[in-house]
Design a protein around this ligand. Sequence first.
Ligand SMILES: O=P(O)(O)OC[C@H]1O[C@H](O[C@H]2O[C@H](CO)[C@@H](O)[C@H](O)[C@H]2O)[C@H](O)[C@@H](O)[C@@H]1O
Length: 259
Amino acid sequence: MTPPHDDSAIVATLLAQPDRAIFLDFDGTLVDLAATPDGVRLQPGVREALSRLAAHHDGALAIVSGRPVDQIDAMLAPLVLPVAGVHGVERRGFDGQLHVAPTPDISPVLARAQSLAVLHPGLLVEHKRGAVALHYRLAPELEQLCVREMTAAVQACPGVLLLHGKMVLEAKPAASDKGGAIAAFMREAPFAGRVPVFAGDDTTDEAGFATVQQAGGTGVKVGAGASVAERRLDSPDALRAVLLATPQPEPGVAYDDIV
Ligand SMILES: O=P(O)(O)OC[C@H]1O[C@H](O[C@H]2O[C@H](CO)[C@@H](O)[C@H](O)[C@H]2O)[C@H](O)[C@@H](O)[C@@H]1O
């Protein structure tokens, strides 16, 4: 389905305003989706564009992902940014401090997902801090089976919620989400007092859109699909084009100089 319109010009204007706080999802937003989680690649120039944009906003730029913080660090190295990982279970602020939310016992879900993957080698299980992702991208015909099994497993785990993302079912703590992670960043320097913008592509990003819009900011949905976000970009390519055109910092000023 083709998205109704593309707000590239408006998003570029928003990102250029130095009083914004910028929050970016990773998979399907900054990088194109790939067949497997370790198959994604950061396109040339994106790391440098993120560094420029962070400098332009005095460091108020964070990645907000379903991936663990250390995976995001590995993808962006040598650039180190504030990151919320595992849908807000992990969060490293601008000051470098890592905050970890309490996590309910998820071991029954992990055991069920792993049993299913043994029976069906096309399925892939990711065990993250307090969360389990069951990927069926390589075996899409197993979607309904995965939904049934993961729903049943999660029902037996109080405090655990099931998210249905892009070809993935993720069991994660109900109390943590991207909205909460963004709100936590917004209480801290250098994010506090700024107007938030969050770009994301998936159902798991909707809580983030709601949070930034309640704070007077802007949600930007990347790609097709229903969303509460007020703005829309066609694809990760459209977002990257906006990022690559981000303002140049003052001569000699880079993100590394402000952290
Ligand atoms: O919040 P995000 O940064 O968008 O992370 C969401 C999940 O992304 C990854 O899975 C997704 O991307 C994979 C690579 O393109 C793809 O193979 C998979 O089908 C997608 O669901 C990641 O593996 C998960 O841990 C993240 O939660």
